[in-house]
Write a protein that binds this ligand. Structure first.
Ligand code: NAD
Length: 315
């Protein structure tokens, strides 16, 4: 089977950049983007696009057969903050879409799956510092429960049916190309936009909330690297811990003030504070480094420089 890629949920924060990266790497016509809505001009004009509902098994199967798809990246999901508002909708989308893709692979209609997990699989009883790969996992959000359950099913489908599914527990991802999609780490993107536009920002988490984060370029490279690694190197078939940096809103403010000295932040924590408090502060990603050579490249100050430069250009 030749490599042809389908991205489901391609128009979101990760999917948009992932699609462009994969089109660059494998050729525009080999990467089919799909979503329930259209994406930005660059994505829509650079290669094939299909309107596709990740809840509709028959529609996914039809597109997989018509385009002779080998690899599926399933990026459609309801994120942490939004899923707390619509628990059953979040659960149904996050679980049904995963089962559809796992079952297509079980039936040998596709070869390989990437499905993202999250640091939200951890909960208040998990050790917060340098959180190990294997540890207590009692997530307290609908989103976290769906990701933890998803991880169990991925491992089950690998062990029971030999389904080649690969996954990463992404930390909060920061990027300038698309806006974030309703997660608890969204502040770390919004803050840059507001710093440029208004020189002030009201943060929905408190000053000391340290969370694991990653710049999008690192996340995209990790995603494609784990998918392209030899199968025998992927020893963990639930999901890999992955880390790049950890910081809190106060440290982020200091990083921005190096470029915009007048920038001011104030704090009005909302319901997302409780979600953030249940997550780790830093992650041990030894297994990803050892098994398939993961290495992060971008830290806070470099990320701030890239974010501000690109957003200033955009505005
Ligand atoms: P996003 O919300 O920005 O994008 C999701 C995309 O899925 C959107 O374009 C949306 O239109 C689409 N979608 C929603 N319902 C759909 C449906 N029924 N059928 C088809 N498409 C549908 O999310 P993202 O930030 O790009 O996240 C992608 C994946 O990565 C998710 O599984 C998310 O849980 C995971 N993740 C993201 C982060 C982060 O910081 N962004 C962190 C951890 C994990």
């Amino acid at each position: 089977m030749k490599k042809r890629i389908l991205i489901i949920g391609a128009c979101g924060q990760i999917g948009t950049e992932l699609t462009m990266y994969l089109r660059d790497k494998f050729g525009n016509h080999k990467v089919i983007a799909s979503d329930i809505r259209e994406g930005d001009d660059e994505l829509m004009e650079s290669g094939p696009f299909e309107i596709l509902d990740a809840m509709d098994y028959n529609a996914i199967e039809e597109i997989v057969i018509r385009h002779e798809i080998s690899d599926v990246y399933l990026m459609a999901a309801m994120l942490s903050a939004t899923a707390e508002k619509f628990p059953m909708k979040g659960w149904n989308l996050n679980m049904d879409s995963l089962f559809h893709v796992l079952n297509l692979a079980k039936e040998k209609k596709i070869k390989k799956i990437f499905w993202p997990s999250s640091i939200a699989v951890f909960g208040p009883s998990t050790p917060k510092q340098n959180t190990p790969q294997h540890t207590i996992m009692e997530p307290s959000t609908v989103y976290g429960i769906s990701k933890q359950t998803g991880e169990r099913w991925c491992e089950y489908y690998f062990n029971r049916y030999g389904v080649d599914v690969r996954s990463i527990r992404y930390p909060g991802l920061i990027s300038y190309k698309t806006l974030p999609g309703g997660g608890t780490t969204d502040y770390a993107i919004d803050i840059y936009h507001k710093a440029i536009k208004h020189k002030k920002y009201t943060c929905f988490l408190n000053a000391e909330t340290t969370l694991p984060m990653m710049f999008m370029d690192d996340a995209i490279k990790a995603t494609v690297n784990i998918m392209e690694a030899d199968s025998e190197k992927i020893k963990i078939r639930s999901a890999y811990n992955l880390a790049a940096m950890s910081f809190n809103p106060e440290e982020m403010t200091a990083s921005i003030q190096k470029h915009i000295p007048k920038f001011k932040i104030n704090y009005e924590p909302d319901f997302r504070q409780k979600i953030a408090d249940s997550w780790p502060q830093s992650i041990d990603d030894t297994h990803a480094r050892k098994d398939w050579g993961w290495e992060s490249k971008i830290a806070l100050d470099e990320m701030t420089e890239i974010m501000l430069r690109n957003l200033i250009e955009k505005y």
